[in-house]
Design a protein around this ligand. Structure first.
Ligand code: F6P
Length: 527
């Protein structure tokens, strides 16, 4: 194996440093090139990105691509797809990509993994359909109508976010009105507000936990059992209302979950990358097994794009490189995710875990300290709401906040006036991206105020407050419509972006030791 090289010692990194210290054109200048918008667009797996508003020149882009080469990003990706134990501190392979490729002939991870994945996927899909058809019966013989997911982190965010993003399918396809609820917080109020509306005889709980030891989830599961017992469910029939999804079935079965109601996944699936596994069960119940499989196909399409597209056309790689440029060379400490589609309201939270739990690291793969910046603070929420709240800081505050605008080409709302709403949404998204990029200089502001008839003393008083520095970099990500396929591709796009950045920074993306100390202390304090 080649000795590890710190990122800042790579030739391309040094060249990028020189470039970032030399005068770089303002986005206002770059965007004067009428060809820029067309030239700085890339598509794949049904998704397009427009990165014309990133602060990169052709020279910068070339060096970023050279950095990817020097860091052997694609060779590292091949190692992941092959099932090498790239999660070295836990001595595990990282194969969430196998979860959406069990149909692929000659997969790099091997037939035996594909077989295990395919078998479990079939069990999950059949069970989801059984629930949807009202065939899952509670202790009193009544059909289950409400499924409550108990889980946290990766055992909550992926299925919760996608259930909301694809909720139009829930409405379109429900035959028996099964509703799916999510409770992640051990705060009793959270459980109470969900249970208060439900009938215990018709409620089932999906307890999702890779380890089946997470204190919060286990506490919720115990209380859920208590609630069922208090409502008259005989102890011996509790298992009819309980479903476990875990990589640790010994523990779940010791707690009374039946083998038929236990769905498994493997230690090579990281929690934050697990929505493609049996962890997607509540989603499959919500949108149907076929739609769930379509989401896997969307992610697979992005996997194929990632592994085959030329580097300068490779969506995840380009997004990763732009992120590295912003973080390491332009000094951006945060990154905002702004979807302009209300069903994506939880997308930023989902990405927060994926990105920050993966790349919030300070130790290189060889154990040496990292001396460059790694993951930015990723945050965000619906762009339209953000415009009327925190966008002020992005326009005129002191942080450089690169943005991902996410827009839909088609809106699925059946309301007759949906097209008009969609027009307003996209108009705003594009206006924000442009305003953040070009800003308005003090001279232009003075002129604008004079043109609107403001008297000269007022012009001088107001101009500093009403000027905008601009030069805020952004990428606009275009998704055709919110479908299972496009959601699969969008999530996989970000997964591979995170992978590429870790490969460049030389850090482990798939462990999360940072969260362990607090858990241990909670246990110690309890003792
Ligand atoms: O504490 C962090 C974490 O371990 C995440 O990585 C994980 O997604 C979450 O907790 C839940 O873990 P589990 O699925 O084992 O309950």
């Amino acid at each position: 194996m080649k000795p590890f090289v710190k990122p800042q010692h790579r030739e391309a990194w040094k060249a990028l440093q020189v470039l970032s210290q030399s005068a770089q054109p303002h986005l206002r200048e770059l965007l004067k090139d009428p060809k820029r918008i067309d030239q700085w667009q890339v598509s794949g797996a049904g998704i397009s990105i427009d990165y014309s508003r990133q602060r990169v020149t052709t020279e910068v882009l070339q060096q970023l691509l050279a950095l990817a080469d020097e860091s052997q990003v694609m060779a590292q990706a091949e190692a992941m797809f092959r099932g090498d134990a790239i999660n070295a501190t836990e001595e595990r392979a990282v194969l969430h990509v196998a979860l959406r490729g069990s149909h692929v002939p000659n997969p790099p991870w091997g037939q035996s993994i594909s077989k295990q994945v395919g078998d479990e996927l079939l069990r999950v899909c059949m069970f989801a359909e059984k629930v949807r058809e009202g065939q899952l019966k509670g202790h009193a013989g009544e059909s289950i109508t409400d499924v409550v997911n108990l889980g946290i982190g990766g055992s909550d965010l992926g299925p919760r976010m996608t259930t909301e993003a694809l909720s139009h399918l829930t409405r379109e396809s429900y035959k028996n009105k099964v509703r799916v609820h999510y409770v992640s917080n051990v705060d009793a109020w959270s459980l109470y507000t969900t249970l208060a509306t439900l009938n215990p005889a018709r409620t089932a709980f999906v307890v999702q936990s890779k380890t089946f030891t997470t204190q919060e989830t286990m506490t919720l599961a115990t209380s859920a059992k208590r609630w069922l017992l208090d409502a008259g469910c005989p102890e011996g029939q509790l298992h009819q209302h309980l479903i476990a999804v875990t990589a640790n079935p010994q523990i779940s079965q010791a707690q009374g979950f039946s083998p038929e109601h236990t769905f498994g996944f493997w230690d090579w699936v990281g929690g934050r990358y697990s929505v493609w596994s049996a962890i997607g069960l509540p989603l499959a119940i919500s949108i149907g097994a076929f739609a769930f499989q379509d989401m896997l196909l969307g992610a697979r399409a992005m996997d194929e794009h990632f592994m085959s597209a030329p580097k300068d056309q490779n969506l995840p790689l380009l997004m990763a490189l732009l992120g590295v440029w912003n973080r390491n060379f332009l000094g951006a400490t945060t990154h905002n995710i702004a979807p302009y589609a209300s069903p994506l309201g939880k997308f930023a939270s989902f990405l927060q875990q994926m990105d920050m739990e993966s790349n919030g690291k300070r130790t290189h793969i060889d154990g040496s300290p990292v001396e460059v910046a790694t993951a930015p603070v990723l945050w965000g929420g619906l762009g339209i709401d953000g415009q009327h709240a925190y966008f002020q800081l992005i326009h005129q505050g002191q942080h450089l906040v690169p943005m991902d605008f996410i827009g839909l080409r088609t809106e699925r709302s059946p309301l007759p006036f949906a097209a008009e709403h969609h027009r307003v949404v996209l108009l705003n998204m594009q206006a924000q991206a442009q305003a953040l990029a070009i800003g308005r200089s003090p001279e232009e502001t003075v002129q604008a105020l004079r043109d609107s008839g403001v008297d000269e003393a007022e012009v001088q008083r107001l101009a500093p407050h009403r000027s905008y520095p601009g030069n805020v970099p952004s990428t606009t990500i275009w998704v055709d419509a919110l479908t299972p396929r496009s959601m699969g591709a969008l999530m996989a796009l970000y997964e591979h972006k995170v992978f590429c950045q870790a490969a460049i920074w030389g850090i482990h993306a798939y462990d999360q030791w940072g969260v362990e100390l607090g858990k241990k202390m909670a246990k110690d304090m309890e003792a």
